[in-house]
Design a protein around this ligand. Structure first.
Ligand SMILES: Cc1cc2nc3c(=O)[nH]c(=O)nc-3n(C[C@H](O)[C@H](O)[C@H](O)COP(=O)(O)OP(=O)(O)OC[C@H]3O[C@@H](n4cnc5c(N)ncnc54)[C@H](O)[C@@H]3O)c2cc1C
Length: 414
């Protein structure tokens, strides 16, 4: 065997897994089709939810991200038709972090490449898989920068190659697709003051959503996620439609006098794609290759970090001991169900339907009720299982509280 693990794709998921495996003493081949170590994903809003904080700390990524200028958001203000849900400083919700991918991707690649045991093979595009005599995948065929076909073998092959995953395609893995009824655009501004509460703001305009976030280099990122009914307006005049949308946001950022320092980045259609994360005996998928969710709730980078860490946690010991990978991969599959549950909810939200009575009651209650506001923040940050908010006790308290607000009741724990 050339390596213990071959990982295809050196972006968030691939670099995270490679770093974790290397630190566990394993030999890792990390193959990336791009030759330039600075290459990065451009179609990404790079807001990494607080639920990823522990993983980033544990992997020692958090401090290097701060050192590259990442902006930390400890609480977002959420505008609802009932008013602002203002974040409280003491609510114990883990912080989110934002570092543009032009800095994040090279940083993660650098960390992985400097980890003993990791061979970062840039300019190596995987074009085929290799199977042993029993039909089990045990290697990849890559085209090198010189145009040669290189065969590499390992005990575990990992597809970390994004939502169009070549590895999954070559392995014949089925895709489960779901529609997305919103589209999205954002831009970065210098000198754009925020006027809402918290370190950033989210506007729930049903079905439209908007965000305003601080990012690295002191820039402000303003994003709009309208329902597809407004697609024509944006196709005809993107800049004008974007400006009108932001102007009408209650307490929205002041863009007059601000300097836009980027193009409008975004996409008019981004369906959700899901694949089995352990589809064949010695094959695992992580990050977008397993679950490419709706971009609107900003979950994808977090899922990429977390699924990569879970895979390494589940399999590194077995790989080091030369044991049977089946049990280890089942452990990874179980851990991944956390993402599957969230993705079920995300797919429903991506239909851009009006909020139901319970969702409306929770938002209304959260404006006044600190306990519900905290649960909503934990939910939005994917810092707990969906049941942190989606449970009968919360629904009842919200239904009662949204009709009659009592300040004394608002601080009682649920
Ligand atoms: C419009 C939009 C906005 C988003 N905004 C956010 C956000 O604000 N917050 C958030 O958390 N998520 C966001 N996401 C999601 C996030 O971008 C992805 O979830 C994340 O990039 C997944 O990381 P990954 O490492 O799995 O895959 P990717 O980042 O896609 O990386 C895949 C890597 O594999 C390499 N590769 C592909 N094929 C091959 C091959 N054959 N051989 C070798 N290498 C190969 C690629 O070059 C690339 O380096 C957004 C997504 C979209 C579309």
């Amino acid at each position: 065997m050339d390596y213990d693990v071959i990982i295809v794709g050196a972006s968030i998921a691939g670099c995270t897994a490679a770093t974790a495996y290397g630190r566990a003493g394993l030999r890792v081949g990390l193959l990336e089709r791009h030759s330039n170590p600075q290459s990065h994903k451009t179609l990404c809003g790079h807001f990494i939810l607080g639920g990823t904080h522990d993983t980033l700390q544990r992997l020692d990524f958090w401090q290097p991200m701060l050192a590259r200028g990442a902006a930390v958001a400890r609480g977002l203000g959420v505008w609802t038709e009932a008013g602002w849900i203002v974040p409280r400083p003491d609510q114990g919700v883990p912080p989110a972090i934002s570092l543009r991918r032009s800095k994040l991707d090279p940083l993660l690649r650098e960390i992985a490449a400097n980890t003993p045991g990791v061979d970062l093979l840039l300019g190596h595009r995987v074009v085929d898989l290799v199977e042993d005599s029993a039909g089990t995948i045990d290697g990849v065929v890559a085209v090198t920068p010189g145009g040669e076909r290189l065969i590499l073998r390992a005990r575990l092959i990992v597809g970390a190659d994004g939502h169009r995953s070549t590895v999954a395609g070559l392995a014949g893995v089925a895709e489960d697709r779901a529609p997305n009824q919103r589209f999205l655009f954002w831009a970065y501004y210098e000198g754009a003051p925020m006027n809402g509460p918290g370190d950033g703001q989210v506007w729930m305009l049903d079905p439209d959503i908007a965000v305003c976030i601080r990012v690295d280099d002191g820039l402000t990122q303003v994003g709009v996620f309208p329902g597809k009914a407004r697609l024509r307006e944006f196709t005809e005049d993107r800049e004008g439609a974007f400006g009108r949308f932001v102007e009408q946001l209650p307490d929205g950022p002041t863009l007059t006098g601000a300097r836009r320092v980027s193009n409008f980045v975004g996409t008019t259609d981004y369906p959700c794609v899901r694949r089995d994360p352990t589809p064949r005996p010695r094959l695992a998928l992580i990050g977008d290759a397993a679950t490419a969710s709706d971009p609107v709730p900003a979950v994808g980078c977090g899922w990429a970090f977390r699924s990569a860490a879970w895979l390494a946690d589940a399999t590194a010991g077995t790989l080091a001991a030369g044991g049977d990978l089946r049990h280890a991969l089942r452990t990874y599959r179980r851990a991944h169900r956390f993402i599957d549950k969230w993705d079920d909810l995300g797919r429903a939200d991506a239909l851009a339907a009006p909020p139901n009575a319970i969702q409306r009651a929770i938002r209304r209650a959260a404006v006044h009720d600190a306990a519900i506001a905290r649960r909503l923040a934990m939910f939005s940050m994917r810092a707990a299982a969906p049941s942190v908010l989606v449970n009968p006790a919360v629904a009842v308290r919200a239904a009662v509280g949204s009709r009659r607000v009592s300040p004394s009741a608002s601080h009682q724990p649920l």
